[in-house]
Design a protein around this ligand. Structure first.
Ligand SMILES: Nc1ncnc2c1ncn2[C@@H]1O[C@H](COP(=O)(O)OP(=O)(O)O)[C@@H](O)[C@H]1O
Ligand SMILES: [Mg+2]
Length: 320
């Protein structure tokens, strides 16, 4: 459905995106994961035809973004970082206006509007002025404008940024509901968001793709340097060395408090049971046992420093 080939974008001397290639199949939901400044927005703007690439080609639904920009735009719903909302219009007025702008026929626009209002849960605020709505509702209006012309492809740029935790959950649920019937690319700098929503994750770093992972590969990547944090009531003399003798443990270090230890396990070893057993045997009183997952920063450190032995066999599409 989406075919990106060797796309580069330069802003004057700055190369924001360098030689990226990937494709997205029909009905897939793909995450574009990277820290601020990685090139996510730049790539999305190129995909939507908002801005041309310096080099390379993009095809959406078999149309070239450069040669047939209108055909491409008809098939894409775009939620930019800052949705272009008219704050003085009501939700219905705004969606009618955007629908007409996007070429929805007069006789269909009311029906489409009611449909997207229902899809995005805007029913209770549809008569209200957008400027009076909360951020969460405004983001829904942003999604509704992306959906109004019923496009098969959705490009969502950091759809949950700036929302509170409840609103984040609501918007995620909404996006999940759209998956399947739509091909979706969404960007995020939040690792758990990518794992929560996306079947496949494209990891972008300084304008280059460093990995393309499936959900399972990303999970494995995260598990790879999983640590346990254990807090006990009483410790043993020489506790760190003794924990080190638990099968599967490769490294133990002191945690934030005296009775807390960070334990690193061998690749693919779940050591939770063994560590619990150790604590029980010595009657140390288990206060906490938690898995400390990798942060996005850890993923990048791993990806950018990885040697051949750590190379992920599944990411042959990645270039570094
Ligand atoms: N219009 C622009 N002119 C010049 N530089 C830009 C412009 N837009 C983005 N950049 C730069 O390009 C890089 C990538 O930015 P962006 O695509 O916005 O990243 P992201 O969305 O991942 O945070 C950054 O270094 C940013 O400062
Ligand atoms: Mg951005």
């Amino acid at each position: 459905m989406i075919e990106v080939q060797h796309v580069t974008k330069r802003y004057g001397p700055l190369t924001a995106v360098q030689d990226i290639s990937f494709s997205v199949a029909k009905g897939e939901i793909v995450g574009f994961l990277g820290p601020n400044g990685a090139g996510k927005t730049t790539t999305m703007r190129i995909l939507t035809g908002y801005m041309p690439a310096t080099d390379g080609s993009v095809r959406v639904a078999d149309f070239d973004c450069h040669e047939s920009p209108l055909e491409v735009k008809r098939r894409i719903g775009y939620l930019p970082e800052h949705p272009p909302l008219y704050l003085e219009l009501t939700v219905r007025e705004y969606l009618t206006f955007v629908g007409r702008m996007k070429g929805v026929r007069m006789e269909h626009v009311a029906k489409r509007m009611e449909r997207v209002i229902e899809q995005t849960g805007l029913g209770e605020v549809k008569q209200r002025v957008i400027g009076h709505l909360s951020r969460g509702f405004r983001q829904r209006v942003g999604l509704a404008q992306a959906l109004i012309h019923d496009p098969p492809v959705l490009i969502l740029d950091e759809p949950t940024v700036g929302l509170d935790p409840n609103q984040i959950i609501e918007i995620r649920e909404l996006i999940k509901g759209l998956a399947g019937s739509h091909t979706i690319i969404l960007s995020t700098h939040i690792l758990p968001e990518a794992t929560a929503l996306c079947e496949r994750v494209i990891i972008i770093h300084r304008g280059q793709i460093v990995a393309i992972d499936t959900q399972e590969q990303l999970a494995a990547r995260l598990r790879r340097s999983e640590q346990l944090r254990v807090t006990v009531k009483t410790t043993l003399p020489d506790m760190e060395n003794r924990l080190q003798t638990v099968p599967g443990v490769i490294k133990v270090s002191q945690g934030e408090s005296d009775n807390t230890y960070l334990i690193e396990a061998e690749l693919g070893h779940d050591i939770r049971e063994a560590v619990t057993g150790f604590v029980m045997t010595h009657q140390l009183g288990l206060l906490e046992l938690a898995v400390v997952s990798m942060s996005l920063e850890d993923v990048f450190i791993q990806l950018t420093n990885q040697d051949e032995s750590h190379a992920n066999p599944g990411n042959e599409q990645a270039r570094s």
